[in-house]
Design a protein around this ligand. Sequence first.
Ligand SMILES: Cc1ncc(COP(=O)(O)O)c(C=O)c1O
Length: 360
Amino acid sequence: MRVPFLDLRRGGAALDEALREAFDRVLESGTYILGPEVERFERACSERLGVRHAIGVSSGTDALLVALMALEVGPGDEVIVPTYSFFATAGVVARLGARPVFVDVREDDFGMDADAVAAAIGPRTRAVVPVHLFGQCADVDAIARAAGSVPVIEDAAQAFGARYRGRAAGGLGVAACFSFFPAKNLGALGDAGLVTTDDDALAAKIRRLRVHGAEPKYHHHVVGGNFRLDPLQAALLSVKLAHLDAWTQARRAHAAFYDAALVSRVTTPRALEGRFHVYNQYVVRVASRDAVRAALAADGVETMVYYPRPLHLQPCFAQGARGRFPVAEALAESSLALPVFPELRQDERAHVARTLLAHA
Ligand SMILES: Cc1ncc(COP(=O)(O)O)c(C=O)c1O
């Protein structure tokens, strides 16, 4: 049996048909930049996430970039980010001429460690960016306490639908940034993203930055960019949003199956009290990870590694030697993501668990 890590073509004929209808609607509308489809999707997101403003943007990376631009992060500033995340979390900071200040993550939720944040805060800190890694919220209350008056910007790229103490990811900080990269739990058919905030002034700034800082058109107050969400992606995402709860339920059922099947032999992810995990990824920890991964591949099980190298050890940042952030470095050597996409079949997940137990 071959089990793919992710198969984006298993949504089924009914979903395909609804997506084609959405495509036709946009085609026939003649509106291909912003407009009612984007507004409709933004409204649906703000209602669902319980935030005043949801602003569709071109990608998760641009969501982070434009949120930090709205906070006027620039040269000489510092932004605290976890060293164990996707590159964009830190990349956007460096692109603005500011310095990403890395902190280690926790073993239990893979999120930023609040004590490390407290130790890293300084007079130049302009933002703290916790990442809700793999679909479980970071401990944002503790992080916000450590941040004090410094704004917390959620990197919620992997956490649409996740909740923390009853509150939705997206409403846990000053602003939040989502990605709809196709592999995400809510994925577009291309690049797309979203910024959410309850702050009216910040929302207005972000909307302006999204269109080159112009308001009205051709009158530029600040230097922004083209960070717009396509109406086509918005229409497709509106179709998919209606399925998200069912898909999340399926992911959680796969996770519960893996938890029960694997826990005796493998370190399974911990779903913490008070947090609703959406399992964008299901990540176990194993010794000799690369050998285990190769053995699984030989038995037809495709897996992924998020992430093989922490950000402080990336050549473009090169901050500090190996050993500086021991938790992140250990995770980079031991983490292994198993197939957890909603349409994964029961015989497939059983094969994954059996194969992993045979090799771990
Ligand atoms: C944690 C995290 N931050 C940021 C991003 C960037 O999102 P995008 O790929 O949509 O630019 C991603 C996803 O790729 C991510 O996983």
